[in-house]
Design a protein around this ligand. Structure first.
Ligand code: AP5
Length: 210
């Protein structure tokens, strides 16, 4: 299955993608994770992307399109994949189409902005392996320490209140038009993103079976 997970920043795309990719045995490709890795390694691409990400803006289309083009050619994508956080603009969706990639379904996780602000302000991420937690909804066993690798948990730089608001505004202006784009092609499935992680995973898996 070739899937796209669409939704506002903090809607739970990464959380749900982790569950669904285990279930289906396909990889998740997160442009956010690819870009953070490039920033951490100080690559030329990372240096170009950093200021956009820190300000809560989208990285230019040509950068993310080239990341996705390279990644989708790798062997592990042959059976399918989940795109988490790509496409995020209509030109990115058009670029995916022009690569000849036939997407099966687009899952749109729908969550109100007020809930998003709560989720992102409580998120903590591992600075070692990137695993994601929430101080109330998904706490680590030992506060401030990653269950998976033991490294420290930190607040993501773009999870500061002002940057969260900017990311939401960017989402409504630049990414939400994709709902229309994928409704036209009959691929969009709206999934209610309120409730526990397990409830939303059950809804998502059901939507994929239909
Ligand atoms: P990216 O990393 O993709 O950030 P995002 O879309 O803003 O999404 P997040 O990772 O913040 O949220 P999520 O929806 O995955 O939610 P999560 O599961 O973590 O991108 C970062 C930046 O990179 C962008 O701002 C941009 O600059 C750049 N970029 C990336 N892709 C790009 C592209 N295609 N084009 C241009 N630029 C691009 O959940 C959030 C929190 O909520 C967690 O703490 C989690 O534990 C908690 N949670 C999850 N589900 C629930 C639930 N059901 N109930 C309660 N809490 C929950």
């Amino acid at each position: 299955m070739k899937l796209i997970f669409l939704g506002a920043p903090g809607a739970g795309k990464g959380t749900q993608a982790e569950i669904v990719c285990d279930h289906l045995g396909i990889p998740t490709i997160s442009t956010g994770n690819c870009l953070r890795e490039a920033v951490k390694n100080g690559t030329e691409l990372g240096i170009r992307a950093k200021s956009y990400m820190d300000d809560g803006h989208l990285v230019p289309d040509e950068i993310v399109i080239s990341i996705i083009r390279d990644r989708l050619q790798q062997e592990d994508c042959r059976k399918g994949f989940i795109l988490d956080g790509f496409p995020r603009t209509v030109p990115q969706a058009e670029a995916l189409d022009s690569m000849g990639i036939m997407i099966d379904k687009v899952i749109d996780l729908e969550v109100a902005d007020t809930e998003i602000e709560k989720r992102l302000s409580g998120r903590r991420v591992c600075e070692g392996c990137g695993a994601s937690y929430h101080i109330e909804n998904k706490p680590s066993q030992k506060p401030g320490v990653c269950d998976k690798c033991g490294a420290s948990l930190v607040v993501r730089k773009d999870d500061q209140p002002e940057t969260i608001r900017e990311r939401l505004s960017v989402y409504h202006k630049q990414t939400e038009p994709l709902k229309q784009y994928y409704t036209k092609s009959g691929k969009l499935i709206a999934v209610e993103g309120r409730g526990s992680v397990d409830e939303i995973a059950a809804r998502t898996l059901k939507a994929l079976e239909e």
